[in-house]
Design a protein around this ligand. Structure first.
Ligand code: KG4
Ligand code: ZN
Length: 334
């Protein structure tokens, strides 16, 4: 079964064709980084307009490069939540139009569930497992029961971890998106020159996260955390920030793994591209860790088409009244 996947949840326009949930025939992505970098963050109105300009060309390109036509496609899977509303509307509008014109069913797909699924594109992973989703918009620990079915165990109370990376990079004038730049700089940082706090929160928030304190410490109070005789270079700030940002992710996943007796963990979302995080989690002797290929960590439509295949039987529809939502679902049901 061939599914055409569409993701326009934020600032990347992505189109993919995936066979039987696993075989990625093509995955195309048009990045908007050049548009947003002068603002050091995504401007929603510009993002929606840029999706609109490129998306039909990407669909055309995906079909042509795969020597396929819309007739060969069995269904269209599209992200409808959570994300930037204007951006989501472009993808969902296109998906509804294609579905209506071709009489192929449409499958609305939730973005967190598809990030979680990205790991399955290149790994075999049995349920249940723990999924950590870390991106520019989300920092969520979930218990995954099946494809597209998960329970939220913990989430951030303020900033998402990727958002904290982006804001610190903005403050230091390092460019956008901040994650990859900080990751790169940290490699040349001096160990323990700066030690920011590791924010774990109190017992009632044992699975939740907070990144606004760490962000404020790194932006305004580095002087307080620098060790005697050391210098606050961008490299040293990047390394110290990275260590304090990743540690709570590890500790809370470990705590939940112990309490739930589930020792398989997946990590997905843009921050799963982080080299320090990948090393720390994959070297863990506490649990087994699985991550997507680097190209499937950030937003992509292959994970949407892949999950769409598994949702086909129960979620496919010709009812075009479904909407787009900026918020994550509390519980995603099949
Ligand atoms: O999943 P994604 O593409 O979009 C959302 O759904 O938010 O994630 C984008 C986020 C950005 O905040 C970006 O700075 C972060 O992922 N990111 C990284 C790295 N690569 C991307 N953060 C840390 N280290 C990286 N190597
Ligand atoms: Zn995402």
């Amino acid at each position: 079964m061939l599914i055409l996947g569409i993701d326009t949840s934020c600032d990347d326009t992505s189109i993919s064709i995936v066979e039987n949930g696993k075989n990625v025939i093509i995955s195309l992505l048009s990045s908007q980084t050049d548009i947003h970098k002068k603002y050091s963050g995504v401007v929603p109105e510009l993002a929606a307009r840029a999706h609109l300009e490129i998306i039909l060309y990407l669909v055309d390109e995906a079909l042509k490069s795969s020597s396929l036509s819309l007739r060969n496609i069995d269904a269209i899977a599209v992200t409808n939540r959570p994300g930037l509303i204007g951006s989501l509307l472009v993808g969902v509008g296109l998906a509804k139009g294609l579905s209506f014109a071709t009489q192929k069913p449409i499958i609305p797909v939730e973005h967190i569930a598809s990030h979680i699924y990205s790991v399955h594109l290149t790994n075999e992973l049995a349920f249940p497992y723990i999924a950590l989703v870390v991106s520019g918009g989300h920092t969520i620990i979930t218990k995954v029961l099946d494809n597209g079915i998960y329970e939220i165990i913990g989430t951030t109370l303020d900033d998402a971890v990727g958002e904290a990376y982006d804001k610190i990079a903005k403050h230091l004038n390092l460019g956008y998106p901040g994650g990859p730049v900080i990751d790169r700089l940290a490699k040349n940082g001096e160990d323990n020159a700066i030690e920011y706090p590791i924010i774990l929160l109190s017992a009632e928030n044992k699975y939740n996260f907070s990144y606004s304190g760490l962000k404020t410490a790194a932006i305004y109070h580095t002087d307080k955390y620098i060790k005697k005789g050391k210098i606050a270079t961008n490299e040293n700030i990047a390394l110290a920030f990275q260590k304090s940002a990743i540690e709570p992710l590890y500790q809370k996943v470990l705590l939940y793994s112990k309490e739930s007796h589930i020792n398989k963990v997946s990590i997905s979302g843009g921050v799963a591209a982080n080299s320090y995080l990948r090393e720390k989690f994959s070297n863990s002797s506490d649990f087994e860790c699985c991550m997507p290929e680097l190209k499937y960590t950030t937003d992509n439509a292959a994970m949407v088409a892949g999950l769409g295949y598994h949702l086909f039987d129960k979620h496919k529809t010709f009812d075009y009244s479904f909407d787009c939502f900026s918020r994550v679902l509390k519980k995603y049901k099949k």
